[in-house]
Structure formats: C-alpha cells, structure tokens
Design a binder for this molecule. Structure first.
Ligand code: NDP
Ligand code: 8X3
Length: 257
C-alpha cells in the first residue's frame, strides 16, 4: 500500500457506492483523490469525511456528468496543477436502468446506459490516457461487471455496456503495452449500493428483492480489490478480477436462504 503514497487518483462516480468506498481506501493509503460525479453535495460530504480522517490527503471535487465529452474535457483540464498528473484512473461511474426486454426497452434507458457506461467511460479514458502516455506511465482501472460475461433476461443493454467495457480494457492494454500503462477490469457480481435503487427508479422494495436471502458484497469489498490492483509492483498487472458474492455463481444463479 505504501506504493500509493502521494499518487493522484481520479475516481468517477465517487458520490456513492463503490466509487465512494474507493475514495476512502485510496485516501487511507495516502493517495490524493480527484472525485467526480453529478451530485456535488454528496461529493462535498465525501471530501469532508476524508479531510477529517486523513488531513494530509489532498482532495479535489468536480461536478461532472460523464455523458458530455465537452464537460469531461473541461473537468480534466480544470484539475489543480498539483493533482493534474493522474497516476490512477478509476472508471467507475455507471448505472443500469430497468429490466425491460429488448422488445420494450425505452430510448431513454438505452441512451442513459450507453452514454454513461460506454461513451462516458471512453471520454474520460481518452482525456486521461493522453497525459499518462506523455508521462510514460499510468494505471486505468475499469468497473466492469459479471453482467459483461453473459447476457441475462432484462439485461440486454446493461450487459452489452459491461461487455464493451471489457473490450475497451483489452484494446487499451494492447495499445499501451509499450508506454507502459496498466489496465485492470474489475468485474463484480452482487454488491449492495444504490445500484439497484437507481435501476428500479427509486423503488427500494424492488431493489431490496435483489438481495433477498443472500449476503451481497459491500462497496468496500470491491474497493479492496481496486486498491490491491493499484498497489502491485509496477512489473505486475492485475488484468481481470472477477468478484462474486459467496452465495452466487453467476448473474442469474444465487443460493437464497
Ligand atoms: P451507485 O449507484 O451507488 O453509484 C454509481 C455512481 O456512478 C454514483 O456515484 C453516480 O453519481 C455515478 N454516476 C452515474 N451516472 C453518472 C454520470 N452520468 N456521470 C457521472 N457519474 C455518474 O452504484 P455502484 O457503486 O454499485 O456502481 C458503481 C459501478 O459499479 C457502476 O459502473 C456499476 O455498473 C458497477 N457495478 C455495480 C455492481 C453492483 O451490484 N452494485 C456490480 C458490478 C458492477 P451521481 O449520481 O452523483 O452522478
Ligand atoms: C451488476 C451486477 O448481475 O446485477 O453489474 O448485473 S448484475
């Protein structure tokens, strides 16, 4: 973990769940953090907690909707000088919207998932990797999903986006082996965050059903793997990490008590 001391880490989607947990764990390891998401009030709360617990860590927050390539470029170029050399990018912002079948899925759901999980991730990666290439080092950590390993009913768009995240990870790794830039795809299964509440449009009852009779992973469990990948010796690349809840064998097979 001492390898993370003084590193600059940019995390997208740091206002809740896995991104927020990554912010705390990187800060605990002495890394400076640049936190982005659309909800600026939530980012301010995360920033306050980090200031209180790890006063020497530098924190920069920026309201950012990754769906806009212009906003992404603006946010990256507005990072204060001291933090602007990004060593580690955690491409975490993402969402699922609904479980409609292909025959019924709305334009708004298709657009939100593709624009955030695929296009937004590409905009951020493009903007940050340019600097990493110029400096000759960097680490890009993607938040993929086991949903990218096999499609399931009601998951056509979300699964396609997470499959795309895996393909982008492989392509980026191939493109940057000589720099070198490390690329990691972390692919979690069931993690209890705001993910299902967002997926079901704020319906906490339906969201709770997802985790009925099973102990899901926590955001902190996933953040531990992100930090593990980021803190390996530079000669070592943790390329893929698949994380399952212990009562889960795939996105569709879980043992419920
Ligand atoms: P949360 O809903 O708790 O967090 C999602 C984060 O993404 C929030 O900080 C949200 O911030 C941000 N976000 C969403 N849309 C945008 C956007 N357009 N621009 C910027 N930020 C955005 O869920 P998780 O922590 O679970 O999700 C994090 C990642 O993990 C996602 O990519 C998800 O697909 C992935 N994942 C989740 C799993 C799970 O079971 N929970 C399993 C596998 C992968 P804000 O709303 O403030 O913009
Ligand atoms: C979220 C995991 O299985 O609910 O990425 O799609 S799943």
């Amino acid at each position: 973990l001492s390898r993370l001391l003084g590193k600059n880490v940019l995390i997208t989607g740091a206002s809740s769940g896995i991104g927020e947990a990554c912010a705390y764990q990187f800060a605990a390891a002495g890394a400076n953090v640049i936190l982005t998401a659309r909800r600026k009030d939530r980012l301010a709360e995360v920033q306050q907690k980090i200031h209180a617990a790890w006063p020497s860590v530098q924190v920069h927050t920026a309201g950012l909707d990754v769906q806009s390539s212009h906003a992404v470029d603006q946010a990256i170029s507005s990072i204060p000088e001291a933090l602007s050399s990004i060593d580690i990018l955690v491409n975490n912002a993402g969402l699922a919207m609904g479980v409609d079948h292909v025959s019924d899925v709305a334009d708004s759901a298709i657009d939100a998932m593709v624009d955030t999980n695929v296009k937004g991730l590409l905009y951020v990666t493009r903007a940050v990797v340019r600097g990493m290439k110029a400096r000759g080092s960097g680490h890009v950590i993607m938040m993929g999903s086991i949903a990218g390993m096999a499609g399931y009913q009601g998951g056509s768009v979300y699964c396609a986006t997470k499959s795309a995240v895996h393909a982008i990870s492989e392509a980026l790794r191939a493109e940057t082996i000589g720099v070198p830039i490390r690329v990691t795809d972390v692919r979690p299964g069931m993690v209890e965050t705001e993910f299902s509440v967002v997926r079901f449009g704020g319906d906490r009852g339906r969201a709770g059903e997802v985790y009925r009779g099973i102990e899901p992973m926590t955001a902190g469990d996933v953040a531990e793997s992100v930090v593990f990948a980021a803190s390996r010796h530079p000669r070592c690349v943790v390329a893929d990490v698949v994380l399952l809840a212990s009562g889960q064998a795939s996105a569709t097979l879980a043992h419920r008590s």
